[in-house]
Design a protein around this ligand. Structure first.
Ligand code: TXA
Ligand code: MG
Length: 538
């Protein structure tokens, strides 16, 4: 069969729809754009048209189809009755990406509903879909226009790739706005229940209906023998050929995991702006806090992985505490066949504080509690010893800071670099990036064995590393106590101690950026303080 591609836009007149409308009235199938995903439409009253839909998609016969109408009144012939709640939902969300399930009328063939006595109805917002239904004068049964099991199509090109040669026509109406299929809610249960999340969110539905439940199968694999509310939930779904693995946890933990586990055909599917620092091929799918951006690009991105011949893809999991992300989460978990990695216990902790506050003491206590400690001073020393390109840069910047054997003369460097704030700034801009990179690789190694990695560094805020930590703790003690401690520890005179103390930023610089303060002076009990921060870490 030859598949014809026809472009139709919102502004086109009735004549543009003739050919498609004729095919549909004739019992044939046509792929159409909707605001969610492309659908494969056929006359809902024609058993042969419905059969053709199942055949073209290779869809299991017991998986029911959604019937599409162009305005609310067209619902009456399809259902036994129209409850108040259906009217309320339609007033709030139709035309739009919401499907309502109600007891079906006798007019709806059982092949449409997969043998169920309920029918799913939706009134699409997309001008081309809506107009085509009007022009055809029929309710149109339409599942997503993909081969069964594949990610749903959000462009005409996706449909063409799956169904070319299997259907007579594809209408190209551009890229779908929403990108995930409609929210499916049943009103055939005592309490309304969401069977499939979409971009009409649970919160929006509760605003209209009050109590709304979410079906267990939305986020969980079916148990053996468990009865499904929606047959679509029992099949493998939305899956590219690439093996998808959903990775739960922070960005740091994700990066460390991917860098340790990626090989050359592995991709990382991340939120916008997260690519740098990940040692795998990266594909972005939108800003982490914009669920409609994520949903818009989700299926296209999954399909793209196949085009790129990715064998495996680690995916950043959207925030599971935010119900608005349910649709994307639901599709990702199914695309992964529930293959997930949970790194939520992995925490990267920053630890800092002024001189004499007692960072090292706190580090030791954290180590005793099972954390892995990375000492910023040790890393800095190592970078300055081992990284010859840094020494070249320092010599170029300050001049005369190397010994005869080419090693760094630390005293000379300190004298020059701390002589003016500009010079200090210059020193930092040379060494901080190198130190941060070194710490990153140490963190990666440590995360293979430890859940909690602590980076103890005096300049962790100034170097920017604090921004990457899951939390930042500042060890604090009043100035006179800190002064006494460094006088004793480093055998300093009082005036030398004061020079050191005065060279640091004020308390507020640290405290305003901290997740919490660890008070290391009487009458505080340091062990209690440590317990407090472990509660904050987890
Ligand atoms: O956004 C959408 O809903 C798209 C566009 C084309 O409108 N359509 C779509 O259809 O996603 P489909 O067939 O791919 O998904 C329909 C889902 C399936 O999971 C199916 O099991 C469920 O809705 N469903 C349909 N009728 C049902 C019923 N009577 N009871 C329970 N679940 C039903
Ligand atoms: Mg589908």
């Amino acid at each position: 069969m030859e598949t014809k591609l026809v472009k139709i836009s919102a502004h086109d007149g009735a004549e543009k729809y003739n050919e498609a409308a004729c095919l549909l009235r004739d019992g044939q199938v046509v792929a159409i754009p909707t605001e969610t995903v492309y659908g494969l439409a056929g006359n809902a009253y024609s058993e042969s048209a419905v059969r053709a839909i199942f055949e073209a998609k290779g869809r299991p016969q017991d998986n029911p189809l959604i019937v599409h109408i162009s305005s609310f009144d067209e619902i009456y012939p399809l259902v036994r009755e129209v409850p108040d709640n259906a009217r309320k939902l339609a007033d709030a969300f139709w035309p739009g990406p919401l499907t309502i399930i109600l007891p079906k009328s006798d007019k709806v063939p059982l092949c449409v509903t997969g043998g169920l006595d309920t029918v799913a109805v939706r009134c699409p917002l997309h001008p081309v879909a809506n107009r085509l239904i009007k022009e055809t004068g029929l309710p149109l049964a339409a599942p997503s226009a993909n081969l069964s099991g594949k990610p749903s199509p959000t462009t005409a090109d996706h449909v063409y790739k799956d169904l070319n040669g299997r259907i007579p026509m594809i209408i190209d109406g551009g890229e779908c706005e929403e990108g995930v299929e409609s929210t499916v809610i049943t009103l055939a249960t005592e309490t309304p229940k969401v069977l499939r999340p979409g971009n009409i969110t649970i919160g929006q539905l509760r605003d209209v209906l009050g109590d709304v439940q979410v079906d267990n199968a939305v986020l969980n694999p079916l148990k053996d023998g468990e009865k499904v509310s929606s047959p679509g939930m029992k099949y493998k779904h939305y899956s590219p050929d690439t093996d998808v693995v959903v990775v739960r946890g922070s960005y740091n933990a994700f990066r460390a995991y991917v860098n340790a586990n990626a090989d050359c055909d592995t991709y990382a599917m991340v939120f916008s702006g997260e690519g740098s620092g990940i040692k795998a091929k990266v594909i972005e799918y939108g800003l982490s806090d914009k669920y409609r951006e994520l949903s818009h690009s989700l299926f296209g991105t999954l399909r793209r992985l196949d085009e790129l011949n990715a064998t495996r893809c680690f995916v950043r999991c959207p925030d599971e505490t935010n119900d608005d992300n349910l649709a994307v989460l639901n599709r990702l978990l199914r695309a992964a066949a529930f293959n997930t990695v949970d790194l939520r216990a992995k925490k990267l902790v920053g630890l800092t504080g002024k001189t004499g506050a007692g960072k090292s003491t706190v580090s030791k206590l954290l180590e005793e509690k099972g954390a892995y400690i990375i000492d910023g001073d040790v890393v800095a020393r190592r970078v300055l010893c081992e990284d010859s390109s840094i020494l070249v840069e320092l010599e170029a910047a300050f001049g005369g800071v190397l010994c005869e054997d080419g090693t760094l003369d630390r005293k000379k460097l300190a004298r020059k670099a701390f002589s003016t704030p500009e010079n200090t700034e210059r020193l930092n801009s040379i060494i901080h990036p190198a130190i941060n990179e070194y710490i990153h690789s140490e963190v990666e190694k440590a995360f293979m064995e430890y859940d909690c990695v602590v980076v103890d560094a005096a300049a962790i805020i100034e170097s920017g590393f604090a921004d990457e930590c899951d939390c930042l703790f500042v060890v604090h003690a009043p100035e006179d106590i800190r002064k006494q401690r460094i006088i004793q520890r480093d055998s300093l005179s009082e005036s030398d101690a004061l020079v050191r103390i005065n060279g640091q930023k004020d308390d507020d610089f640290y405290i305003s950026r901290a997740t919490a303060v660890i008070n290391n002076y009487p009458p505080f009990d340091l062990n209690d303080e440590i317990k407090k921060i472990f509660n904050l870490i987890y």
